[in-house]
Ligand binder design. Structure first.
Ligand SMILES: Cc1cc2nc3c(=O)[nH]c(=O)nc-3n(C[C@H](O)[C@H](O)[C@H](O)COP(=O)(O)OP(=O)(O)OC[C@H]3O[C@@H](n4cnc5c(N)ncnc54)[C@H](O)[C@@H]3O)c2cc1C
Length: 408
């Protein structure tokens, strides 16, 4: 395997990095202060829209989408996108500036891959333009949703409409004032086979019967302006044309959506971990305790060395996964996707934790990005499938493959 980046990718990496140096790193602290000011709850920081326009004008836009969409997307492969997402992952809000942030990316992929021409014109286009945002409503409070077949929300056909009832939670971005689209997963036929009971349907955010009940905090942070909401769906009526792909295809859509999405999180987490390590190195080289620099302590050097090894291991596994996804698709790459989804969030969490420790108490407060990056790694250990679910699947596949092979 040769993971040497092409000239095209090197050029894009230089452009994304320059953009981040010029516009994003300098804005990071002020933006953090803005979103954590209670007076600005659910308000989009003006600089976000300003920077989005700049990135779009430079063509640094929708880089995640493998298909070409004219002026809206250059059509990079996952392997080409990986180092760009890594660069963005260094700052929590950066991927949104390039229109590459979850959950919109996954929702755009669903609409691009499975949407009808009418659905694409109405919803994909404004998402790709960065004019609106969207949420994906799969998880429910009353069922174990690490098993997506458990969803209980009902989607019942009534003439030319579907009627939706249920309660969702952890609907990311649902508080964002730009969020206009909900993709809702529910059951159209609870008596069908296990994987064909579910469907995914488009619900405009302002449809009567949609109530956002309360925001959920991640390690005590609201993640304004996007937020994560608990959402009640009561007799929500939408036209039959809002069904994506057809009844019974919801599980298939969820699998298709989550494959690349999981890897995108991992790409960003490599960048997040690298930033934590870089900050740690700078800090330990500038602090003196007990008569010598912290960077001269053997235990600190070990923490730095371990972190560097783990980041590079995860980086190579991410590239390998992206490569397989490009060449053979989601299904063939499933074991690698599980591997990197197990490895990258935990790796980043540990590197961030070491960096926090080396910073002393400064590492836990708002004066560094470490707490945010730690929190990101921690929640990705649950979002898009908890560690244990990926381990259960990977373990099963590994045992089966060994049993079926003639290996001695
Ligand atoms: C910040 C954040 C953002 C999110 N955004 C979204 C979103 O936009 N849309 C959305 O629909 N959901 C979202 N989620 C929800 C997330 O995808 C679910 O929380 C996750 O899939 C787990 O489902 P659950 O919470 O119901 O856990 P449960 O299914 O109740 O599982 C609980 C725990 O049981 C253990 N477990 C489960 N299965 C196994 C197994 N086979 N073997 C061993 N142990 C096991 C795991 O430790 C797991 O964490 C988000 C979550 C977070 C934290």
């Amino acid at each position: 395997m040769n993971f040497e980046h092409s000239d095209k990718v090197k050029d894009l990496m230089a452009q994304v990095d320059a953009f981040m140096q010029e516009h994003i790193f300098p804005a990071e602290h002020a933006l953090e202060e803005f979103v954590n000011d209670p007076a600005n709850l659910w308000v989009v920081p003006p600089i976000v829209e300003e920077l989005k326009q700049k990135a779009k004008a430079q063509g640094l836009w929708n880089l995640f989408l493998p298909e070409e969409y004219g002026e809206f997307s250059p059509g990079l492969t996952n392997l080409e996108y990986a180092p760009l997402a890594e660069l963005m992952g260094r700052v929590e809000f950066a991927s949104e500036i390039f229109n590459c942030s979850a959950p919109d990316t996954g929702n755009m992929e669903v609409l691009a891959r499975y949407g009808s021409p009418e659905q694409q014109a109405r919803w994909l286009k404004p998402l790709m333009e960065g004019e609106i945002r969207s949420a994906y409503l799969m998880t429910e409070p009353d069922t174990a949703c690490s098993d997506a077949t458990n969803v209980e929300t009902s989607i019942v056909r009534d003439g030319d409409e579907y009627v939706i009832n249920g309660r969702k939670w952890w609907s990311s971005s649902v508080y964002d004032p730009r969020c206009e689209l909900l993709l809702v997963m529910g059951k159209t036929d609870p008596d069908a086979g296990r994987y064909v009971q579910q469907s995914t349907i488009i619900v405009p955010r302002d449809t009567p019967g949609v109530t956002v009940v309360r925001p959920l905090k991640v390690l005590n942070a609201l993640h304004s302006p996007a937020g994560h909401g608990e959402v009640l769906l009561e007799n929500v009526r939408v036209p039959v044309g809002n069904m994506i792909l057809g009844e019974g295809r919801g599980f298939e859509i969820a699998q298709g959506r989550l494959g690349p999405g999981r890897v995108h999180h991992c790409m960003r987490l490599i960048g997040a971990a690298q930033r934590c390590l870089d900050l740690m190195c700078k800090r330990v080289d500038s602090r003196v305790a007990f008569g010598k620099k912290l960077s001269a302590q053997g235990s600190i050097r070990q923490e730095v060395a371990k972190s560097r090894c783990e980041i590079e291991q995860a980086r190579l596994l991410t590239l390998s996964t992206a490569d397989k996804l490009d060449k053979f698709g989601n299904k063939e790459a499933k074991d690698l996707i599980a591997m990197i989804k197990i490895v990258a969030p935990r790796m980043c969490q540990e590197v961030a934790d070491r960096a926090m420790q080396a910073h002393g108490s400064k590492g836990l407060c708002q004066d560094t990005p470490l707490a945010n990056l730690y929190s990101y790694a921690r929640f990705v250990r649950l979002a898009d499938g908890p560690d244990e679910v990926h381990m259960a699947q990977l373990g099963k596949n590994t045992i089966l493959a060994a049993v079926e092979s003639d290996a001695r």
